[in-house]
Ligand binder design. Structure first.
Ligand SMILES: C[S@@+](CC[C@H](N)C(=O)[O-])C[C@H]1O[C@@H](n2cnc3c(N)ncnc32)[C@H](O)[C@@H]1O
Length: 265
């Protein structure tokens, strides 16, 4: 039996991985586009607001926010993502390099935080939530999407039949998110969870999309026993159990959307 060897990701390695994806990201981010647009109905109607796009990536949604709000800040941990965004997006946007666990922003200075498919990388999430609540004004909002437990279950179970390594990151459960966002200083006032099934021509196509999304740091294991290539081949064989009649490979993403308010305390 191959023993599991968990490689915990440093924030620096997350920043690097996303950085190397910055050029390909905009063309491969089907899921991001869908989920980010999905949050639009929750956006405040007032315009004279200070907004932070937390984990702004290439700045696609920061740009949209800049067309509606007075002061928009795009904040990301990846220098390369920020460089790409700066060169391609609205010139009024303020770009900040920073870590969600230690936000370079003043207390009670932000009206709302928008964050699309980012918080699944935060560890510990508790610290990032504390920081978000610190920088929000009382009554301020966190409008976010993230992926929850059950995401990529086809890939996870196919790998499970090959070895015990962790190839897919652990996603929080809906229950855990409720516990984390409902506290003395905050309340999760709206939530929605839905399955998005994306289709792939083959598993290599799926792997390429995960890489384009910056999610390719899932497996960095030393190969023991079978070579990496053999393991990969075996995994793709097991993945065929999920094949649709049309020969398409499905991958399920469990998308959670939340609207959190900072309570006046
Ligand atoms: C999947 S991308 C989403 C980008 C963007 N929100 C969008 O919808 O297009 C995740 C982004 O989160 C950033 N990120 C990851 N961990 C972060 C952290 N601790 N602090 C700030 N940004 C982080 C990554 O650099 C990357 O740009």
């Amino acid at each position: 039996m191959v023993h599991s060897e968990q490689t915990w990701l440093t924030r620096e390695s997350i920043a690097k991985t996303f950085g190397s994806a910055s050029q390909s990201y905009d063309v491969s981010a089907r899921l991001q586009r869908f989920s980010g647009k999905h949050l639009m109905p929750w956006l405040p109607k007032k315009n004279n607001l200070t907004v932070v796009d937390l984990g702004s990536g290439t700045g696609f949604f920061t740009d949209l926010l800049a067309s509606s709000y007075e002061r928009v800040i795009g904040l990301d941990i990846s220098t390369q993502m920020l460089q790409f965004a700066k060169a391609n997006r609205d010139k009024s946007i303020i770009w900040l390099e920073g870590d969600a666990h230690k936000l370079p922003l003043q207390d009670s200075s932000v009206d709302f935080i928008y964050s699309n498919l980012v918080i699944q990388w935060f560890d510990p999430l508790e610290t990032a939530i504390k920081e978000m609540l610190r920088v929000l004004k009382p009554g301020g909002l966190i409008i976010f999407t993230t992926l929850v437990d059950g995401t990529l279950y086809e890939l996870k179970s196919s790998w499970k039949q090959v070895d015990d390594d962790q190839h897919v990151i652990d996603f929080k459960t809906v229950n855990e998110l409720n516990q984390l966002f409902n506290g003395p200083n905050s309340k999760l006032i709206e939530q929605k969870c839905q399955d998005i099934v994306l289709e792939y021509q083959n598993v290599i196509h799926l792997a390429r999309e995960l890489k384009g999304l910056g999610a390719n740091h899932l497996a960095q294991k030393k190969n023991r026993g079978l070579s990496g290539k053999e393991k990969w081949f075996k995994m793709t064989e097991h993945y065929q159990d999920f094949l649709e009649p049309s020969g398409i490979y499905p991958a399920t993403y469990k998308l959670f959307s939340g609207l959190v308010v900072k309570l006046n305390s």
